[in-house]
Design a protein around this ligand. Structure first.
Ligand code: 1CP
Length: 343
């Protein structure tokens, strides 16, 4: 018996579809009333991530509402620092807060405890796998080491990542040790995600901008490459979507060295540039501006059509160029899905 076709996974494997398959970054979350309702009952955000029945339910919510081609595990990139033993809290309306890591504090991290502490995440994947219709792709993920390190070092999100950039340049040995810990933890975490049922994993390098060429090669390319190679050493056909947000002119170098199966494009990347700069066989994902989705109307239809046309000659997964915004009207998401599906 041949396995059921999964249009999104098949696209990642290089098979172009007549209409691009579609998922939406951060598709489970605050723009959905059913998420806000469940979130209010769940206690803390991390409790929600670590309660398999609830995390699986939240993962499936957007698929019940919209005809999306993939589910993405409901979790967060900051479960890795949490599992390493760094204190992580999510304050309502303020985003994540961590106890900032110091060179001296590195020794207190517990890489050996990570898989045990993340066991609920693997159970969540197993539950989603069991409930997911056969044609749908299941996406796992982790944050890339540099992006996760920016939160671990600053103790919060920041617009310029200055704390982490200064730490990397003034404490190079401690920084390299931290990146190594994150690379090893991420390899172990992703291998278990595949074993628990993920079809593909996305590497979220959300803060790949603000780096010069050498920093980009050292902090972004090298660790992501180690993760891909480390996972493939154990699971040879492991599929990856790389998403280096803000990579700009470094995109081709990232693609060539990291060798993801598909490349996620942020909305600042001109489709024509990406199409010319990347090998024709490399599937791309993206790259609608989330503000266009929020604003809606005819400009949304035009932007969708433009992106589909620009990637008409290569495998393409339709997505936003960054996460959906909490204020996005549901009707605009319905309009997007209809348009991409050709309805
Ligand atoms: O109270 C709440 O409901 C918290 C909001 C929230 C949600 C819904 C956070 C806090 N994380 C998540 C889920 C999440 N985060 C998912 C799964 C949901 C899905 O995609 O459907 C994923 C893939 C992430 C990944 C994530 N977390 C990234 C990478 C993607 C991106 O947007 O760049 C990053 C940077 C984070 C950190 C984080 N977690 C939460 C917030 C508000 C943030 C961003 C903080 C900042 O702006 O610096």
């Amino acid at each position: 018996m041949s396995p059921v076709a999964k249009p999104l996974l098949d696209t990642i494997r290089g098979a172009r579809q007549a209409r691009p398959p579609l998922w939406i970054m951060r598709q489970a979350g605050r723009y959905l009333p059913e998420y806000r309702e469940l979130r209010a009952r769940a206690g803390s955000f991390l409790e929600l991530c670590y309660t398999p029945a609830l995390a699986a339910e939240v993962t499936l919510q957007p698929l019940r509402r919209f005809d999306l081609d993939a589910a993405i595990l409901f979790s967060d990139i900051l479960v890795i620092p949490d599992a390493l033993g760094q204190e992580v809290r999510f304050e309502a309306g303020e985003g994540p807060r961590l106890e900032p890591i110091t060179p001296e504090g590195l020794g207190k991290l517990r890489p050996d405890a990570v898989l045990e502490r993340l066991a609920p995440v693997f159970e969540t994947l197993e539950r989603i796998r069991g409930a997911l219709p056969p044609g749908k792709t299941l996406i796992g993920f982790c944050g890339s080491p540099w992006t996760v390190a920016t939160y671990m070092i600053a103790g919060a999100g920041s617009t310029d990542q200055a704390a982490a950039r200064i730490f990397a340049l003034t404490q190079p040995q401690a920084f390299a040790a931290l990146i190594d810990i994150l690379v090893e933890a991420s390899i172990a975490y992703l291998v278990r995600q595949f074993e628990a049922g993920a079809d593909v994993v996305q590497l979220f390098e959300s803060w790949a901008m603000n780096l010069d060429e050498q920093q980009f090669r050292d902090y972004v390319i090298a660790p992501n490459r180690k993760i891909v190679e480390g996972v493939r050493a154990r699971i040879p056909d492991a599929a990856f979507i790389g998403f280096p947000r803000g990579a700009a002119a470094m995109l081709p170098a990232y693609a060539a060295a990291v060798r993801p199966d598909a490349l996620g494009l942020d909305y600042g990347t001109p489709p024509d540039f990406a199409d010319r700069a990347l090998p024709r066989s490399l599937p791309v994902q993206g790259n609608l501006d989330p503000i266009r989705l929020l604003a809606g109307g005819p400009q949304l239809d035009l932007a969708i059509d433009g992106i589909i046309a620009a990637f008409g000659n290569r495998p393409h997964i339709f997505n936003l160029g960054h996460g959906i915004l909490p204020q996005t009207p549901i009707a605009n998401v319905e309009r997007l899905v209809r348009r991409v599906k050709g309805g």
